[in-house]
Design a protein around this ligand. Structure first.
Ligand code: ZN
Length: 351
């Protein structure tokens, strides 16, 4: 049974501190290829940059199970130079522009430090301070003499921190998934052929997963991702009854999201595996957002798909908070559920 210890947390730290905004996933891909060496039967990098790694099982009738985790993160791209180390930029993926002002960033492959500068309170009027600042008035400032190239990606400059049972960092979406899939490959269940895919370009519409699912044509697929937890108590101290997922309740199994209706047989199978193995899990409340499953389930002649995510607060912002035990339980639930998969599942009633 794989588990989360110091080595896995170190790996997650390395993955979170990497800069891999959509379309420029090389830094994370290098870590993945290094980590999975010797744990696969076949590895290749496809035309878009997806890592396709196969670990064959030993059972007689084996399902071919695609498990995907996207390597990319939301962030920024430099698009024009104003001189003096100052650059205009665009957002890549879902980023709330209101939250950018005053944040430090890392730019490009060398993680060149910069800041999305803010005019200080001394230089603004009371009227201006009521409004958020639009993207076209923001710049990434590398300081005088700072140099970057147009097209360089940037992320929030947030270093991974551990604090007791919690961790704080950037890009938990989806380095949680990447680290989980690496551990699954290292502990691949022998009853299935594990088709592990570390995908590109999920945050801009699941593009890498689309071509990978077409190429692999699996019997079924699981997208491993991470999802926002909107679980803060209400300001009046009352319980927040409207939470979609909650820290501490374990992996979030999706019934539906903005892009996919999960295969009901897979939902039941994962819940039953959690019950049997006493692994906590929660059902993510239906709503917006999506995962690689949104593309995978529509590939070929249709591929039964499910998403399972690690919950964390403040997704796609400069700093997220998560519980290590939710991650550990996500890995456990995935391993237990995959280990119990047989071809009979796909012949059972959908319900
Ligand atoms: Zn994601």
């Amino acid at each position: 049974m794989p588990t989360i210890g110091n080595a896995q947390i170190k790996l997650l730290e390395k993955l979170c501190n990497a800069v891999a905004v959509s379309g420029d996933e090389g830094e994370v891909r290098t870590i993945v290829l290094e980590e999975i060496k010797g744990h696969t039967d076949q590895v290749r990098v496809d035309a878009l940059g997806n890592v396709l790694a196969t670990k064959k099982g030993a059972a007689k009738n084996r399902l071919r199970v695609m498990v995907s985790a996207h390597m990319d993160e939301a962030g920024f791209m430099l698009v024009a130079e104003d001189g003096e180390g100052i650059y205009r930029f665009e957002t890549v993926g879902g980023v709330d522009v209101r939250q950018l002002v005053g944040k430090p960033v890392w730019v490009g492959k060398n993680h060149t430090p910069g800041v999305i500068g803010a005019r200080p309170i001394h230089l603004t009027t009371a009227e201006e301070r009521k409004k958020s600042i639009p993207l076209d008035q923001l710049r990434i400032d590398l300081g005088p003499g700072g140099k970057a190239s147009l097209g360089d990606r940037a992320t929030f400059a947030t270093k991974f921190l551990r604090s007791g049972p919690a961790i704080i960092g950037k890009a938990f979406d989806n380095r949680f998934g990447v680290a989980t899939l690496i551990e699954l490959l290292k502990n691949a269940p022998p009853n299935i052929d594990l088709l592990a895919v570390f995908t590109v370009q999920e945050e801009i519409g699941p593009r890498g997963a689309k071509v990978a699912a077409h190429a692999l044509n699996p019997n079924l697929a699981i997208a491993v991702d991470s999802t926002p937890a909107n679980d803060l108590p209400d300001w009046d101290g009352e319980e927040n009854a409207g939470y979609n997922t909650k820290l501490g309740l374990g992996p979030a199994i999706y019934i539906a999201d903005g892009g996919t209706l999960s295969d009901p047989r897979l939902v039941r199978h994962f819940a039953a595996a959690g019950d049997a193995e006493k692994i906590p899990y929660q059902f993510r409340q239906p709503g917006g957002g999506g995962t690689d499953a949104g593309a995978i389930h529509k590939a070929r002649a249709g591929i039964p798909s499910l998403s399972v995510s690690v919950p964390h607060r403040y997704n796609h912002t400069a700093a997220s908070i998560a519980r290590l035990d939710d991650w550990k339980n996500t890995l456990s639930l995935l391993h237990a559920s995959l280990s119990l998969l047989t071809p009979a599942l796909l012949e059972s009633e959908r319900g």
